[in-house]
Write a protein that binds this ligand. Structure first.
Ligand code: M6R
Length: 615
């Protein structure tokens, strides 16, 4: 969702804020703005609609020297994208400026309260009431941190906020309310940073503190004081982040999405490192398993939750849990989880999958599971995120920062982490055949190299993309482990190229979607060599019989679809349950190259945001 950055220190704040916003722009990009103190300690505020470059060109040469300020890049929730609705928002006297991410549920009532007293509002946003509330508390004599605490108490909803005020130039106060919209503090020498995610802080500091819900950070250049909702000081040592800032830049690639697709061999290695052991062959969760052997044997079922790409990874994880741990498993779309009164108990293992660890739907499902006393594991790419704090145990995916809005490398990492988790659980439950474990480990060791081979398909996929870029409808079909891959292939294509694409279980095709098939609907069929390959071949024949063009993914060496499918893409052969991640690579490349052909905004597709912190 929206990106937030704040700085207090001795260096010029403006360039730091703008650079931070550049790193956060993937979170939202319909408008941007900054607020800082000028030399007379007056608030200077600039906002512009559109991408960050609009703001940058507007303030070039007129940015006042300042040593503290806040910035924001917006993904609209309340109020259309416009300059008036862009953040920061000020109170009517220009004393307070706020940037905010998330939703204030009772904003209408609060707004009403102020307008009844004659106050005016400059925007349609929910955010603006925060500026009014903070200013009101300051008027009543509160200091800035206390004013924010009062504000938090008056508002309902899950959000994060950073505030500056003319009362105390150089000071920022930041808070996280509820489970949406994380904030992280970056600690430097004589300077401090705050941002809605780590990527914006990494060039400046690797010593960071993630705010918990209800906490307020009082940020001055000399240091940061954390307090809880009651005002009690919270002592928490900063964590040292392992991420390499270089990993967050695009390097030689034209887009982050392409860079991240190409990182997958390394990501696979990093996710497996220290977990897939060969002598003797076994899988260990080095993060420490919160599931003791006895508890693992007591488990009666597993429920996996996630959203979007993470949900599709969870669908593959379900196969693994059933296959290796012999535990009945089901997958839930996290946003639907709470609507069904799911039957949960302490013998239900809940496994959440999340790149950001801040997706509000996933966090709400996790909280529901926590209330029911379920043991919980999370497969997560963001150390310190809220998901990692709710879960009893974390399997870090170690994919590094993912900047492109479209997830690629983190799906691969999540699937590998789920594979490791299921094998580990299988051994604890005594349900894993040691020969199967051994074969899976051996296959996994080959995975980074095989992913490297799959990337060599790029030119071929670019050529296919040129032929299919003008299609407006795609069907992606797969069976078994390839079904979630088909769903993900369709999601990638629609996200980055805006082409209508549907993923289906291939067996379902005859039950409706077949009515759509004609020469204008392209079908992508995943027919790599596994136990369902022959059935996939029948589906392909059915599409061809209706004049539908077919792109088929087959395993290298399989010529059975030559002359039948219009395009036959040979994917490097891979034996083992991790095969779906190999098939993902050509689908990611196809989506990328079709989007490139269509001139789409690949790293920042319209309407999307990287981390969805609203329901
Ligand atoms: O951070 P999360 O994994 O919880 O995000 C869930 C989805 O929003 C995410 O997977 C989304 O579908 C992808 N960015 C799509 O590429």
């Amino acid at each position: 969702m929206c990106g937030i950055i704040g700085y207090s220190g001795e260096r010029p704040a403006g360039p730091i804020l703008l650079e931070g916003l550049g790193r956060l722009e993937y979170r939202g990009y319909d408008s941007a703005g900054i607020a800082l103190f000028d030399e007379q300690h007056r608030l200077y505020c600039a906002r512009a609609t559109g991408k960050l470059e609009q703001l940058t060109s507007r303030i070039e040469g007129v940015l006042p020297p300042a040593v503290a300020g806040i910035g924001h890049t917006r993904w609209a929730t309340h109020g259309r994208p416009s300059e008036a609705n862009a953040h920061p928002h000020l109170d009517p006297t220009g004393r307070v400026a706020v940037v905010h991410n998330g939703i204030i549920e009772n904003f209408a009532a609060l707004r009403e309260r102020f307008t009844a007293r004659g106050a005016s509002f400059a925007s349609e946003t929910d955010t603006e009431v925060l500026a009014h509330l903070v200013a009101e508390a300051l008027d009543e004599g509160a200091d800035l941190a206390e004013a924010l605490r009062v504000t938090l108490a008056e508002t309902e909803g899950a959000y994060s906020v950073v505030v500056i005020a003319t009362d105390d130039p150089g000071r920022l106060v930041a808070a996280r309310a509820g489970n949406a919209g994380g904030l992280v503090i970056g600690h430097g020498e004589g300077e401090q940073f705050v941002a809605s995610d780590l990527a914006a802080l990494l060039p400046y500091s690797r010593r960071v503190t993630f705010l918990n819900p209800g906490e307020i950070a009082d940020i001055r250049r000399e240091g940061v004081t954390l307090t809880d909702a009651d005002g009690a000081v919270v002592e928490r040592a900063p964590q040292l982040q392992p991420y390499d800032p270089v990993a967050a830049v695009k390097g030689r690639y034209r887009h982050f999405m392409l860079k991240e697709i190409h990182e997958q061999p390394d990501v696979a290695l990093d996710t497996m490192r220290g977990r897939y052991l060969q002598d003797p062959p076994r899988v260990e969760l080095d993060d420490g398993s919160p599931i003791a052997a006895a508890q693992a044997r007591e488990l009666q079922r597993a429920v996996l939750v996630g959203m979007g790409t993470s949900q599709y990874a969870a669908m593959i994880g379900r196969h693994y849990i059933e296959r290796f741990a012999r535990l009945p498993a089901e997958v839930d779309n996290a946003s639907e989880f709470g609507y069904r009164r799911p039957v949960l108990d302490p013998r239900t293992l809940v496994v959440s999958v999340a790149q950001s660890g801040e997706t509000v739907d996933t966090l709400l499902a996790m909280e529901e599971a926590r209330r029911e006393g379920c043991p919980q594991l999370t497969v997560c790419n963001t150390p310190g995120s809220q998901a990692t704090r709710i879960a009893d145990g974390v399997i870090h995916t170690r994919a590094g920062p993912e900047i492109a809005v479209a997830s690629t490398k983190t799906m691969t990492a999540s699937v590998i982490a789920l594979h490791a988790m299921a094998l580990h659980l299988g051994r604890l439950r005594g349900s894993l055949d040691p020969e199967v474990e051994c074969a899976e480990i051996e296959a996994a060791m080959r995975l980074p190299a095989v992913l490297g081979e799959a990337l060599l398909l790029e030119e071929r996929m670019a050529a296919v993309a040129r032929r299919y870029a003008q299609f407006e409808d795609f069907l992606f079909l797969g069976r078994g482990l390839s079904y979630p891959v088909a769903l993900e292939g369709a999601l990638k294509l629609k996200e980055v190229s805006y082409i209508h694409a549907e993923g289906y279980a291939a067996g379902e095709m005859k039950h409706g979607p077949i009515a759509l098939i004609d020469e204008r609907l392209a079908t992508l069929a995943i027919a790599t060599r596994d136990e369902v390959r022959d059935k996939m071949r029948s589906n392909i024949e059915q599409v061809k019989a209706r004049r539908g063009p077919v792109i088929a993914l087959v395993s290298e060496g399989d010529d059975s679809l030559d002359g039948i499918a219009d395009e036959v893409i040979a994917v490097p052969a891979f034996e083992g349950a991790l095969a779906p991640v190999v098939a993902l690579v050509p689908l990611q490349l196809l989506a990328y190259h079709i989007a490139l052909e269509r001139g789409a905004d690949i790293d920042q597709p319209r309407n999307l945001a990287k981390t969805v912190t609203v329901e």
